[in-house]
Design a protein around this ligand. Structure first.
Ligand SMILES: Cc1cc2nc3c(=O)[nH]c(=O)nc-3n(C[C@H](O)[C@H](O)[C@H](O)COP(=O)(O)O)c2cc1C
Ligand code: SF4
Length: 445
């Protein structure tokens, strides 16, 4: 099979790839010009026909989401670009922003034209200092060249982009937490409905899209929806709710591999192919014990599930929450899943915003139970307690406001069901892997 030719990463190795001059020399802003010659409805229809699914984690079709905006709204309508990228193991947005910012800005401009928005807020994770500097320079280049501001390309279309730095909290990536944060408040996710398309930023209709999603929009305008659908996986005929997993995808690979990095491939590559063919295999000649398919919120694949296709449908069939951010984290066979799960729970407990009792208490107690197990004081019943707590928290059981809680529950459910022997061995052997400070804390509960 011929090697896949990158689309989203096609320009990143070129000299001065972030500069407007080189972007334009490569045909950049031709897609925007094309969009401006169409009606906003036709641009939306083109994106809808491509079945581009959101790359931020939920996989919701972008074009369809745009159609949820109220018709003939007097405005303002906003676009929020989600560049919070806080899911552990995920760094594809950073690469796109640092190395090809104009591809993103062009996608933002096309999306804004389609949804009739004259203002986009790019919400950027605070830690991404280089992304901030590169994007700031690229946005200024666009204003100077008449690609942002008033009457873009003489079309009558106006657009301002506000680059906003977050303050480093995972919950700011949840779309309504992001909106609250942009409004200057604590990033507490809102109860939905109303969804942002109806009532979002400053209570106005708002679309929230991920960086990679918007970069795909640029190429869909350039090459069409049929081209986009020629890449990836068609719908599963046995699943009437599957709409297919089309287009190129950036997969991040990290953890216990020889060559961590970010690769662009058609949606649907398997975890095994990613590890063996793109990440140089598991390090130190070891085998994979577990693989996170798309950020830790998605749970774990076991060693015998590595042939699972990493499309929007595959990880769910293997009991994971979904494809998530397609950030693959490999755990080798010398690592205890007790330690891996403890790290996941500690992260989620720290990041829970605390609004919903099942999430605030559940994440904290799961962490404490794992601390106790790691201190050598675990009991076999702890495993059932962990499963019970995990089973009662999240949007899926209907007890919380946002999906952070489902993302906290899934690694617990998967780890205990798929790797129970690891936990039982840890408890029965009386092993300890905590520091004395952690032991003191565990003893306190
Ligand atoms: C706890 C939590 C954190 C999230 N973090 C991000 C994030 O960092 N970036 C992102 O694009 N989406 C994130 N999402 C998903 C967003 O809520 C939203 O679905 C997404 O930005 C929509 O864009 P898309 O449709 O283009 O994927 C997060 C969701 C949850 C529940
Ligand atoms: S589920 Fe957790 S993170 Fe989400 S709103 Fe509730 S407490 Fe906050």
């Amino acid at each position: 099979m011929p090697a896949f030719e990158p689309v989203l990463l096609a320009r990143i190795a070129k000299p001065n790839s972030a500069k407007l001059e080189t972007y334009r020399a490569d045909g950049g802003y031709g897609a925007l010009k094309k969009a401006l010659s169409m009606t906003p409805v036709d641009v939306t229809t083109l994106v809808k026909d491509s079945v581009l699914r959101g790359r931020g984690g939920a996989g919701f079709p972008a074009g369809l989401k745009w159609t949820f905006l109220p018709k003939d709204h007097p405005g303002p309508i906003y676009l929020c670009v989600n560049a919070d990228e806080s899911e552990p193991g995920t760094f594809n947005n950073r690469i796109l922003m640092e190395l090809d910012p104009h591809q993103l800005i062009e996608g933002i401009a096309i999306a804004c034209y389609a949804i009739k928005s004259e203002k986009a807020y790019l919400y950027l994770r605070y830690e991404y200092g280089r992304s901030y500097r590169v994007l700031d320079a690229a946005i200024k280049e666009c204003y100077a060249a008449g690609l942002l501001g008033k009457n873009i390309m003489g079309s009558g279309f106006n657009l301002d982009i506000v680059l906003h730095r977050g303050a480093a909290a995972y919950i700011c990536g949840e779309e309504t937490g992001l909106i609250e944060s942009l409004e200057g408040k604590r990033a507490w996710p809102r109860i939905k409905p109303p969804f942002p398309a109806i009532e979002g930023l400053f209570r106005k209709p708002t679309i929230v899209n991920n960086v990679e999603t918007l970069c795909c929009v640029t190429h869909i305008l350039n090459r069409g929806s049929e081209w986009f659908k020629s890449i990836g996986v068609p719908p599963d005929p046995n699943n009437p709710r599957d709409m297919g997993s089309y287009g190129p995808k950036l997969y991040c690979i990290s953890g216990h591999v020889n060559k961590p990095g970010c690769v662009e491939l058609p949606l649907g590559v398997t975890a095994r192919e990613l590890i063996d063919e793109h990440a140089g295999g598991v390090w130190k000649g070891r085998k994979a014990k577990a693989v996170v398919p798309g950020g830790i919120s998605m749970g774990f694949l076991s060693a015998d599930e590595l042939d699972t296709p990493l499309d929007f449908n595959g990880p769910g069939k293997a009991g994971c929450l979904g494809l998530g951010t397609a950030a693959v984290v490999v755990v080798d066979d010398q690592t205890s899943m007790v330690d891996v799960l403890y790290n996941c729970c500690r992260f989620m407990s720290h990041e829970s915003c605390g609004q919903c009792t099942p999430c605030r208490e559940g994440t904290a107690w799961m962490t404490k139970i794992l601390e106790r197990i790691r201190a050598g004081h675990g009991k076999m019943e702890d495993l059932d307690t962990l499963t019970e707590v995990a089973g009662s928290m999240g949007i899926i059981p209907g007890t919380t406001i946002c999906g952070l809680s489902d993302g906290a529950a899934w690694p617990v459910k998967n780890a205990i069901r798929k790797f129970r022997a690891d936990f039982e061995e840890y408890i029965s052997s009386g092993r300890r892997s905590v520091t004395s400070a952690q032991e003191l804390m565990a003893g306190a509960h």
